[in-house]
Design a protein around this ligand. Structure first.
Ligand code: ASP
Length: 351
């Protein structure tokens, strides 16, 4: 009951928080800061028809991204901070923490309207969900990528970036948590996943659908997440220098316990099981005896993992409908607060 009251209050505050932050003058362009990390949206190839193995041209800088879109001048006053210029496989804890701190510092400025983050699409959903849990503002944050490089015929990056700035500058986007925008679609960071290796419509929110669209007449939203995020989150990266090691183990026919044992020996404080296997049972018990926390996710990629009494009795946390990579993000942050599975289950129910 106490927890439910706290969550209701947090969600209410989350809804109200932006009201106090609407500080930019009505006649001035909203100030949007672009935080660049790299990815295909900042990649270039030697030929316009090269849509794979395209990193043979110089990488695209933040100022080139902005100069390429003169239309932005009518939408927002855009500035930038470069965090990195790497593929998303190279985004590590240091970069995540630097990004989160920079976005928080920007949004804390009264006249900042919103933030846009460029990112490679492969791990984009992980960074987006991480930010969703640690950004301490209700102002809009949009994570954007592209499937075609900057140099391609019919590249998708510029329209995605243009639309992301429109969303970050829009008042309707406040309180929506961190959003992901590609292909005109606005998805909640918690729900969205990369669904296709190659097509431009790769990002989908399988269980719940998009929350809105960036169409040419206006930005339109249809729903709001009831999960805790951003200004209602309990997680704080302000003083963190590192995050606990958490890994993912895939379940399949005849999977044995070797991977779990090896990861625990390598220092994992948590493991997300992406589906199960009979041989995992003993490894989980032994891992728990060493203090590790296990979260049960599922490789199907949509649907909830239900909270069974058997799993609860074994002290295994269930992931609800978070996929394994998102579960890993939440478990790492949860472990900065506690290693009590009951308390961590509470977090998986709320975020
Ligand atoms: N390899 C790229 C990455 O950085 C893929 C992309 O951005 O679409 O994730």
């Amino acid at each position: 009951m106490k927890i439910r009251f706290a969550v209701c209050m947090a969600l209410l505050l989350q809804g109200l928080a932006f009201a106090g932050e609407r500080a930019w003058a009505a006649d001035a362009l909203p100030k949007v800061r672009l935080f660049t990390t790299g990815g295909t949206i900042q990649s270039r190839a030697s030929n316009r028809d090269k849509l794979m193995e395209y990193n043979d041209g110089p990488r695209v800088t933040p100022s080139e991204l902005i100069a390429d879109l003169p239309e932005l001048a009518a939408v927002a006053d855009v500035s930038y901070t470069e965090i990195s210029n790497v593929g998303s496989g190279n985004i590590d804890t240091d970069k995540l923490l630097a990004l989160a701190r920079s976005v928080n510092a920007w949004l804390a400025q009264p006249d900042a309207a919103g933030a846009v983050v460029t990112h490679g699409t492969a791990t984009l959903e992980e960074t987006a969900y991480f930010l969703n849990l640690v950004i301490r503002s209700a102002k809009p944050v949009v994570v954007v990528g592209a499937m075609h490089p900057f140099s391609a015929i019919s590249r998708d990056g510029p329209m995605n970036l243009y639309n992301s700035v429109r969303v970050a500058a829009s008042r309707e986007a406040a309180g929506q948590g961190v959003m992901v925008l590609l292909n005109d679609e606005i998805d909640a960071a918690r729900d969205v996943t990369k669904n296709n290796t190659y097509r431009v419509d790769t990002f989908v929110s399988r269980d719940l659908g998009p929350i809105g669209f960036a169409d040419s007449d206006r930005i339109v939203f249809y729903r709001r997440s009831l999960k805790r995020h951003t200004s209602a989150s309990e997680f704080d990266v302000g003083n963190l220098k590192a995050l606990p090691k958490v890994d993912i183990v895939y379940g399949y026919q005849e999977a044995d316990r070797a991977a779990i044992d090896a990861l625990i020996a390598a220092g994992a404080r948590g493991i997300v099981l992406d589906d199960g296997a009979t041989a995992f049972r003993d490894a989980v018990r032994d891992g728990q005896a060493k203090g590790a926390v296990f979260v049960q996710s599922d490789r199907k990629g949509s649907g909830r993992v239900l909270l069974s009494q058997a799993a609860a009795a074994r002290g295994v946390v269930t992931a609800d409908n978070l996929n394994a990579q998102k579960s890993r993000v939440l478990l790492r942050l949860a472990l900065t607060k506690t290693s009590d599975p009951k308390e961590i289950q509470r977090m998986f129910n709320e975020y």
